[in-house]
Design a protein around this ligand. Sequence first.
Ligand code: PLP
Length: 391
Amino acid sequence: MKDKTVCVCPPEVSHEGFASLATPVYRASTIAFPNAAAFANRADRGPNGYVYGLHGTPTSRTLEAAISALEGAAHTMLQPSGQASISVVFLALLKPGDTVLIPDCAYPPVSSLCNGYLAERGIAHRVYDPLIGGDIAGLIDDSVKLVWVESPGSATMEVQDLPAIAKAAHDRGVPVGIDNTWASPLHFKPLAYGADIVVEALTKYFGGHSDLLMGSVSVNGDVLYDKLKSTMTMLGIGVSPDDCSLVLRGMETMAVRLKHGSDVALDFAKRMAEIIDPALILHPALPTHPQHGMWRRDFAGASALFSLMIPADMADELDGLIDQAQTFSIGASWGGTHSLMVPMAIGTMRQFVGNAPSGLVLRLSIGMEDPDDLWADLAPILAPIARHQPA
Ligand SMILES: *Cc1c(COP(=O)(O)O)cnc(C)c1O
């Protein structure tokens, strides 16, 4: 071989005995075929075969297989963010004239997708009370082609009755999708409770270090899988193997991170309940939480994310108080090693009051710092809440 060719095609080396514990990062756009006929017949490899880097590499397939195993799913597909996972589901299942039902507590960009992109293309949505349960049957007319669930709801922690909602939807032949990011499949397995589609924002606990974005969609049905996978192919959606390898690395410690964060979060919630009205603490694992019974029925554990309802007449003080925090950072996203606090004005976005009639919540994500340092940031916020709370 001449020099220029060696530069492009280095000699093959032995892999024998190289038993690394890490999943290799396989990068590819081109997948080379052994001959022209194999290339011509590449569609025969099916949706799980390797034909082009966009559609999967052994690195992304390893991550998909791990998520499928955790979810109890036959198929998992990866998208470049949790929000992209949700939009892939909506775009694959809905067409002009159809309606999707979304809970009032949904991650806010889901409403933006429905109010903006989908509405402009003749796809309607209806917002339902997250506590509706089986009565959702009354909202399912012939135009409804997807029921979306998020449990517990972003920010306000409404636990939804997934089995009852799924039964009502399935009675009318409508599939149910759920955003399971709060619990992760370690603490809730929605496919076993009636969901047809489960989305995880891998950005949160799976990645776990606030340094990557990714999402997953898992399903059991082959028809659903073909629909979702072909939509992704047509839209050109795929993920980087480097990011997959970071998620695979994060996953190795996910169980201990989630256990630590959820233990500290619940301990904090219990300590808070001695200082402020427990009704202001939106944490499903607290016995005072309105849907605690349902949470215990369905979930194997909690998350490290919970919220405090801020009394309305304290709203002006909140920003000044959280600016004093030394260890918590202020910012969106969650599920990383750094603890986060973020004020959220729910009142302006909601049609149903759900768990947060005050309209302003402070959402807390507990990370890996020393709990004493975190509590030192929280104590100065709790005292004014106690002073302002309704008697
Ligand atoms: C963060 C989040 C998402 C979106 O994930 P991204 O990767 O940030 O797009 C979706 N649902 C919930 C509940 C989330 O918290």
